[in-house]
Design a protein around this ligand. Structure first.
Ligand code: NDP
Length: 261
Protein backbone atom coordinates (compact mmCIF):
# COMPACT_ATOMS: atom_id res chain seq x y z
CA UNK A 1 0.00 0.00 0.00
CA UNK A 2 1.20 3.57 -0.73
CA UNK A 3 2.51 5.74 2.04
CA UNK A 4 -0.30 7.90 3.47
CA UNK A 5 0.22 11.64 3.68
CA UNK A 6 -1.34 14.00 6.22
CA UNK A 7 -0.88 17.74 6.75
CA UNK A 8 -1.69 20.72 8.90
CA UNK A 9 -3.29 23.60 6.98
CA UNK A 10 -3.13 27.07 8.51
CA UNK A 11 -1.60 30.50 8.31
CA UNK A 12 0.93 30.68 9.88
CA UNK A 13 1.93 27.01 10.24
CA UNK A 14 5.70 26.98 10.45
CA UNK A 15 5.78 27.28 14.26
CA UNK A 16 3.49 24.25 14.67
CA UNK A 17 4.36 21.23 16.79
CA UNK A 18 1.81 19.01 14.99
CA UNK A 19 4.30 17.29 12.62
CA UNK A 20 6.44 16.26 15.62
CA UNK A 21 3.40 14.97 17.51
CA UNK A 22 2.04 12.87 14.63
CA UNK A 23 5.28 11.61 13.08
CA UNK A 24 6.55 10.38 16.47
CA UNK A 25 3.55 8.07 16.72
CA UNK A 26 3.68 6.85 13.10
CA UNK A 27 7.29 5.87 13.77
CA UNK A 28 6.55 4.16 17.10
CA UNK A 29 3.56 2.23 15.73
CA UNK A 30 5.42 1.51 12.45
CA UNK A 31 2.68 2.99 10.31
CA UNK A 32 3.79 3.95 6.81
CA UNK A 33 2.59 7.56 6.89
CA UNK A 34 4.00 11.06 7.05
CA UNK A 35 2.62 14.34 8.44
CA UNK A 36 3.67 17.70 7.07
CA UNK A 37 2.38 21.30 7.06
CA UNK A 38 0.92 23.49 4.37
CA UNK A 39 0.70 27.26 4.37
CA UNK A 40 -2.73 28.10 2.94
CA UNK A 41 -3.43 31.59 1.63
CA UNK A 42 -7.17 31.41 1.18
CA UNK A 43 -9.72 29.31 3.03
CA UNK A 44 -11.85 28.83 -0.08
CA UNK A 45 -8.98 26.83 -1.62
CA UNK A 46 -8.81 24.35 1.25
CA UNK A 47 -10.62 21.44 -0.41
CA UNK A 48 -8.96 21.94 -3.80
CA UNK A 49 -5.45 21.94 -2.29
CA UNK A 50 -6.25 19.00 -0.03
CA UNK A 51 -7.31 16.86 -2.99
CA UNK A 52 -4.52 18.11 -5.28
CA UNK A 53 -1.89 17.12 -2.71
CA UNK A 54 -3.29 13.58 -2.51
CA UNK A 55 -3.75 13.77 1.27
CA UNK A 56 -5.57 11.12 3.29
CA UNK A 57 -6.37 13.56 6.09
CA UNK A 58 -5.62 16.98 7.47
CA UNK A 59 -5.68 19.14 10.56
CA UNK A 60 -6.80 22.71 10.29
CA UNK A 61 -5.66 25.59 12.47
CA UNK A 62 -6.21 29.36 12.71
CA UNK A 63 -7.83 30.95 10.73
CA UNK A 64 -9.42 28.19 8.63
CA UNK A 65 -11.51 26.06 11.00
CA UNK A 66 -14.77 27.57 9.74
CA UNK A 67 -13.72 27.15 6.09
CA UNK A 68 -12.92 23.53 6.91
CA UNK A 69 -16.40 23.13 8.39
CA UNK A 70 -17.92 24.51 5.17
CA UNK A 71 -15.76 22.23 2.99
CA UNK A 72 -16.89 18.97 4.60
CA UNK A 73 -19.33 16.49 3.05
CA UNK A 74 -20.02 14.80 6.42
CA UNK A 75 -19.72 16.16 9.96
CA UNK A 76 -19.74 14.50 13.34
CA UNK A 77 -22.21 15.84 15.89
CA UNK A 78 -19.67 17.87 17.91
CA UNK A 79 -18.34 19.60 14.79
CA UNK A 80 -21.91 20.33 13.69
CA UNK A 81 -22.74 22.01 17.03
CA UNK A 82 -19.49 23.96 17.17
CA UNK A 83 -19.46 25.11 13.54
CA UNK A 84 -15.71 24.55 13.31
CA UNK A 85 -13.59 21.60 12.15
CA UNK A 86 -9.94 20.91 13.01
CA UNK A 87 -9.67 17.37 11.57
CA UNK A 88 -10.70 16.06 8.14
CA UNK A 89 -10.41 12.48 6.91
CA UNK A 90 -10.97 11.42 3.30
CA UNK A 91 -13.36 8.45 3.18
CA UNK A 92 -14.63 7.05 -0.12
CA UNK A 93 -13.88 10.38 -1.80
CA UNK A 94 -15.81 12.37 0.83
CA UNK A 95 -14.39 14.87 3.32
CA UNK A 96 -15.46 13.86 6.85
CA UNK A 97 -15.01 16.55 9.51
CA UNK A 98 -14.42 16.33 13.26
CA UNK A 99 -13.51 18.66 16.09
CA UNK A 100 -10.90 17.19 18.41
CA UNK A 101 -10.19 20.47 20.27
CA UNK A 102 -13.32 19.72 22.32
CA UNK A 103 -12.40 16.23 23.62
CA UNK A 104 -8.76 17.35 23.71
CA UNK A 105 -9.60 20.07 26.22
CA UNK A 106 -11.60 17.72 28.47
CA UNK A 107 -8.89 15.05 28.39
CA UNK A 108 -6.30 17.66 29.34
CA UNK A 109 -8.17 18.32 32.60
CA UNK A 110 -7.27 14.82 33.80
CA UNK A 111 -8.97 14.05 37.11
CA UNK A 112 -9.94 17.68 37.78
CA UNK A 113 -13.76 17.83 37.67
CA UNK A 114 -15.05 21.39 38.08
CA UNK A 115 -18.57 22.12 39.28
CA UNK A 116 -18.60 25.54 37.67
CA UNK A 117 -16.63 27.16 34.87
CA UNK A 118 -16.04 30.52 33.26
CA UNK A 119 -14.83 30.79 29.66
CA UNK A 120 -13.13 34.04 28.64
CA UNK A 121 -13.47 34.68 24.90
CA UNK A 122 -16.11 33.65 22.39
CA UNK A 123 -14.19 32.44 19.31
CA UNK A 124 -13.89 28.95 17.83
CA UNK A 125 -11.95 27.56 20.77
CA UNK A 126 -14.53 28.85 23.25
CA UNK A 127 -17.26 27.15 21.21
CA UNK A 128 -15.41 23.82 21.27
CA UNK A 129 -14.79 24.02 25.01
CA UNK A 130 -18.34 25.14 25.84
CA UNK A 131 -19.88 22.15 24.03
CA UNK A 132 -17.30 19.78 25.50
CA UNK A 133 -18.18 21.01 28.99
CA UNK A 134 -21.90 20.68 28.33
CA UNK A 135 -21.34 17.07 27.25
CA UNK A 136 -19.73 16.56 30.67
CA UNK A 137 -22.67 18.21 32.47
CA UNK A 138 -20.89 21.48 33.21
CA UNK A 139 -22.78 24.60 32.08
CA UNK A 140 -20.13 27.32 31.62
CA UNK A 141 -20.63 31.08 31.60
CA UNK A 142 -19.05 32.74 28.56
CA UNK A 143 -17.64 36.26 28.85
CA UNK A 144 -16.38 38.27 25.89
CA UNK A 145 -15.18 41.84 25.42
CA UNK A 146 -17.56 42.45 22.49
CA UNK A 147 -21.20 41.37 22.24
CA UNK A 148 -21.21 40.16 18.62
CA UNK A 149 -19.69 36.71 19.07
CA UNK A 150 -21.84 35.99 22.14
CA UNK A 151 -25.02 35.66 20.08
CA UNK A 152 -23.97 32.16 18.91
CA UNK A 153 -23.78 31.07 22.55
CA UNK A 154 -27.11 32.64 23.48
CA UNK A 155 -28.76 30.88 20.53
CA UNK A 156 -27.47 27.63 22.04
CA UNK A 157 -28.76 28.54 25.54
CA UNK A 158 -25.41 29.22 27.17
CA UNK A 159 -25.16 31.92 29.85
CA UNK A 160 -23.20 34.87 28.47
CA UNK A 161 -21.97 38.30 29.54
CA UNK A 162 -19.82 41.13 28.26
CA UNK A 163 -16.95 42.47 30.35
CA UNK A 164 -19.06 45.20 31.96
CA UNK A 165 -21.77 42.83 33.23
CA UNK A 166 -21.79 41.23 36.67
CA UNK A 167 -21.30 37.45 36.66
CA UNK A 168 -20.35 36.73 40.28
CA UNK A 169 -16.85 35.59 41.11
CA UNK A 170 -16.80 31.97 42.19
CA UNK A 171 -15.93 29.56 39.39
CA UNK A 172 -13.91 26.39 40.00
CA UNK A 173 -12.35 26.71 36.58
CA UNK A 174 -11.45 29.88 34.66
CA UNK A 175 -10.37 29.25 31.04
CA UNK A 176 -8.75 31.88 28.87
CA UNK A 177 -9.57 31.22 25.21
CA UNK A 178 -8.84 34.78 24.08
CA UNK A 179 -5.69 35.64 22.16
CA UNK A 180 -4.68 38.12 24.89
CA UNK A 181 -1.11 37.26 25.86
CA UNK A 182 -0.37 35.32 22.67
CA UNK A 183 1.84 37.99 21.08
CA UNK A 184 1.41 40.81 23.61
CA UNK A 185 1.36 41.40 27.37
CA UNK A 186 -2.38 41.87 27.67
CA UNK A 187 -4.88 40.40 30.11
CA UNK A 188 -8.25 39.19 28.78
CA UNK A 189 -9.96 41.68 31.15
CA UNK A 190 -8.72 44.24 33.68
CA UNK A 191 -6.09 42.88 36.04
CA UNK A 192 -8.20 43.74 39.08
CA UNK A 193 -11.31 41.99 37.80
CA UNK A 194 -9.31 38.95 36.77
CA UNK A 195 -7.60 38.92 40.15
CA UNK A 196 -10.90 38.66 42.02
CA UNK A 197 -12.14 35.93 39.64
CA UNK A 198 -8.97 33.89 40.05
CA UNK A 199 -9.06 34.26 43.84
CA UNK A 200 -12.34 32.33 43.82
CA UNK A 201 -11.12 29.58 41.47
CA UNK A 202 -9.33 26.23 41.79
CA UNK A 203 -7.69 26.16 38.35
CA UNK A 204 -6.64 28.88 35.90
CA UNK A 205 -6.32 27.42 32.40
CA UNK A 206 -4.91 29.20 29.36
CA UNK A 207 -5.33 27.60 25.92
CA UNK A 208 -2.18 29.37 24.76
CA UNK A 209 0.82 27.13 25.33
CA UNK A 210 3.23 29.56 26.90
CA UNK A 211 3.25 31.56 30.12
CA UNK A 212 0.83 34.44 29.55
CA UNK A 213 0.09 37.39 31.88
CA UNK A 214 -3.10 35.46 32.82
CA UNK A 215 -1.04 32.47 34.01
CA UNK A 216 1.57 34.66 35.69
CA UNK A 217 -1.17 36.34 37.72
CA UNK A 218 -2.60 32.95 38.77
CA UNK A 219 0.86 31.88 39.94
CA UNK A 220 1.29 35.09 41.93
CA UNK A 221 -2.01 34.29 43.65
CA UNK A 222 -0.97 30.67 44.29
CA UNK A 223 -3.84 29.34 42.19
CA UNK A 224 -3.13 26.12 40.27
CA UNK A 225 -2.56 26.90 36.61
CA UNK A 226 -2.18 25.09 33.31
CA UNK A 227 -1.20 26.16 29.80
CA UNK A 228 -2.54 24.78 26.49
CA UNK A 229 0.19 22.26 25.71
CA UNK A 230 -1.73 19.25 27.03
CA UNK A 231 -4.81 20.31 25.06
CA UNK A 232 -2.68 20.52 21.92
CA UNK A 233 -1.25 17.05 22.53
CA UNK A 234 -4.66 15.47 23.26
CA UNK A 235 -6.34 17.05 20.22
CA UNK A 236 -3.50 15.60 18.12
CA UNK A 237 -3.96 12.17 19.74
CA UNK A 238 -7.69 12.08 18.91
CA UNK A 239 -7.02 13.36 15.38
CA UNK A 240 -4.44 10.58 14.98
CA UNK A 241 -7.08 7.99 15.88
CA UNK A 242 -9.37 9.38 13.18
CA UNK A 243 -6.48 9.29 10.68
CA UNK A 244 -5.67 5.63 11.29
CA UNK A 245 -9.38 4.80 11.83
CA UNK A 246 -8.67 2.94 15.04
CA UNK A 247 -8.59 3.55 18.81
CA UNK A 248 -5.15 3.14 20.37
CA UNK A 249 -3.99 2.68 23.94
CA UNK A 250 -3.89 5.98 25.84
CA UNK A 251 -0.34 5.15 26.95
CA UNK A 252 0.84 6.35 23.53
CA UNK A 253 0.07 9.92 24.57
CA UNK A 254 3.49 9.77 26.25
CA UNK A 255 5.18 9.25 22.87
CA UNK A 256 3.57 12.46 21.63
CA UNK A 257 4.41 14.26 24.87
CA UNK A 258 8.08 13.24 24.63
CA UNK A 259 8.26 14.42 21.02
CA UNK A 260 7.65 18.05 22.06
CA UNK A 261 9.33 18.17 25.45
P1 NDP B 1 -10.70 33.44 17.60
O1 NDP B 1 -10.02 34.48 16.75
O2 NDP B 1 -11.81 32.66 17.03
O3 NDP B 1 -11.27 34.19 18.96
C1 NDP B 1 -10.47 35.06 19.70
C2 NDP B 1 -11.25 35.56 20.94
O4 NDP B 1 -10.33 36.31 21.72
C3 NDP B 1 -12.42 36.48 20.62
O5 NDP B 1 -13.47 36.21 21.53
C4 NDP B 1 -11.83 37.90 20.88
O6 NDP B 1 -12.80 38.84 21.33
C5 NDP B 1 -10.89 37.60 22.02
N1 NDP B 1 -9.77 38.53 22.15
C6 NDP B 1 -8.73 38.68 21.29
N2 NDP B 1 -7.85 39.56 21.79
C7 NDP B 1 -8.33 39.96 23.00
C8 NDP B 1 -7.87 40.87 24.00
N3 NDP B 1 -6.73 41.52 23.85
N4 NDP B 1 -8.62 41.03 25.12
C9 NDP B 1 -9.78 40.35 25.29
N5 NDP B 1 -10.28 39.49 24.35
C10 NDP B 1 -9.56 39.30 23.24
O7 NDP B 1 -9.53 32.51 18.14
P2 NDP B 1 -9.59 30.97 18.54
O8 NDP B 1 -10.75 30.73 19.44
O9 NDP B 1 -9.45 30.10 17.33
O10 NDP B 1 -8.22 30.80 19.37
C11 NDP B 1 -8.07 31.46 20.61
C12 NDP B 1 -6.75 31.06 21.28
O11 NDP B 1 -6.75 29.69 21.61
C13 NDP B 1 -5.53 31.33 20.40
O12 NDP B 1 -4.58 31.99 21.21
C14 NDP B 1 -5.05 29.96 20.01
O13 NDP B 1 -3.63 29.94 19.91
C15 NDP B 1 -5.51 29.10 21.21
N6 NDP B 1 -5.77 27.69 20.83
C16 NDP B 1 -5.09 26.67 21.49
C17 NDP B 1 -5.33 25.34 21.17
C18 NDP B 1 -4.57 24.26 21.88
O14 NDP B 1 -4.61 23.10 21.43
N7 NDP B 1 -3.88 24.55 22.94
C19 NDP B 1 -6.32 24.92 20.15
C20 NDP B 1 -6.98 26.05 19.54
C21 NDP B 1 -6.70 27.37 19.87
P3 NDP B 1 -13.69 39.74 20.31
O15 NDP B 1 -14.85 38.88 19.90
O16 NDP B 1 -14.11 40.90 21.14
O17 NDP B 1 -12.79 40.10 19.16
Amino acid sequence: MDKKLFALFGNPVFHSKSPLLHNSLYKTLQIDACYTRYLLDEGRLLKEKFLALGLSGMNITVPFKEDAFAACDNLDSFAKDIGAVNTIVLKDGLLCGYNTDAPGFMASLGSFAPNSALILGAGGTARAIAFAMRASNIEPVIVNRSAGRLSFFREHNFKTATLDENIGQYFDLVVNTTSAGLTDDEFPMTRERLRSLLMGSKLAYDCIYKETPFLKLAKELNIDSKNGLDMLIWQAFFAFEFFIDKKIDKKYIEVMRDSVS
